[in-house]
Design a protein around this ligand. Structure first.
Ligand SMILES: Nc1ncnc2c1ncn2[C@@H]1O[C@H](COP(=O)(O)OP(=O)(O)OP(=O)(O)O)[C@@H](O)[C@H]1O
Ligand SMILES: [Mg+2]
Length: 264
């Protein structure tokens, strides 16, 4: 089976301001020799402390940033060296959901136009009725009715806004969804609803998901495989039950030991 996404030896460094010893530029290696693979229809959970490189890795995988070294293959095709034009079809096939659903929706745009925006780029000739029907169907998939179409983001709760952001990510029919802390900004009571929505969508659409969180309980609940990041590297990876049942790396053990007892 070909992996839906496979990364090999990814490296991404950032320049830091100022000069280090002997006038050399200071660099921060945010992602340091990372390799991973995800089979279609599965969920990979990526966990690690703040600054461990999770979001940088996510941006590399979906092509929002380019790696300094290493390769990324989508469904067997190498995409990390493609020029922007050739990358476009892959951008539709890989979508991201971010932590802050307010920040990812334009407050001045009606829901219908926010959700349709990626579609307008992908299928510019679509007629109005077909466009609206497709937005309405996608909103229904995330649990929102047609009354949402002509409203603005501020008229919705945080959880509803995240549903809208998920609809926007789904509208082009992606095969891979990369969700970067998608529930961290939400009330605890709302988090489970959004997590269950992602599980339902994965089953209904056969979606593959990369789910990033610093919350191990959430990672365990959602993921088939887990990768643990520490300072830019994956220090441990494996099937969720194995990683939680018999963690090998001291950092993974420390993370699990720090979980609330009920979640372990
Ligand atoms: N555009 C950038 N320019 C400079 N440094 C950056 C940039 N983006 C990230 N970094 C640095 O790279 C490292 C990894 O950051 P990243 O955001 O990937 O971590 P993270 O695991 O997502 O953290 P968090 O859990 O807080 O979201 C951090 O030290 C961060 O400060
Ligand atoms: Mg992050």
């Amino acid at each position: 089976m070909t992996a839906i996404i496979a990364a090999r030896n990814l490296v991404r460094a950032y320049r830091l301001p100022g000069e280090g010893l002997l006038g050399r530029r200071r660099r921060l290696v945010a992602v340091d020799d990372v390799s991973l693979e995800l089979d279609e229809g599965k969920t990979l959970g990526i966990v690690g402390e703040s600054g461990s490189g999770k979001s940088t890795l996510a941006r590399l995988l979906v092509g929002l940033e380019r790696p300094d070294r290493g390769t990324i293959a989508f469904d067997g095709a190498t995409i990390s060296n493609l020029p922007e034009r050739a990358l476009r079809p892959y951008r539709r096939a890989m979508q991201m959901v971010f932590q802050d659903p307010f920040g990812s929706l334009d407050p001045r745009m009606r829901v219908i136009d926010s959700v349709a925006e990626p579609l307008d780029i992908a299928l510019p000739g679509l007629d109005r009725d077909a466009r609206e029907a497709r937005v309405a169907a996608t909103l229904a998939e995330v649990g929102l009715g047609t009354s949402a179409l002509r409203r603005y983001p501020h008229q919705f709760s945080g959880g509803q806004r995240q549903r809208i952001a998920i609809a926007r990510a789904l509208i082009t029919g992606p095969r891979l969804l990369v969700a970067d802390e998608p529930v961290s900004a939400l009330d605890v009571s709302i988090q489970a609803q959004i997590l269950n929505l992602l599980v339902d969508l994965k089953l209904a659409r056969g979606l593959s998901i990369i789910f990033i969180s610093h919350n191990l309980g959430v990672i365990r609940y959602l993921s088939d495989h887990v990768a643990v990041m520490l300072r830019g590297r994956i220090v441990e990876t494996g099937p969720t039950e194995r990683v939680f049942g018999a963690p090998e790396h001291p950092y993974t053990r420390a993370l699990i030991a720090a979980m609330p007892v009920l979640e372990r």
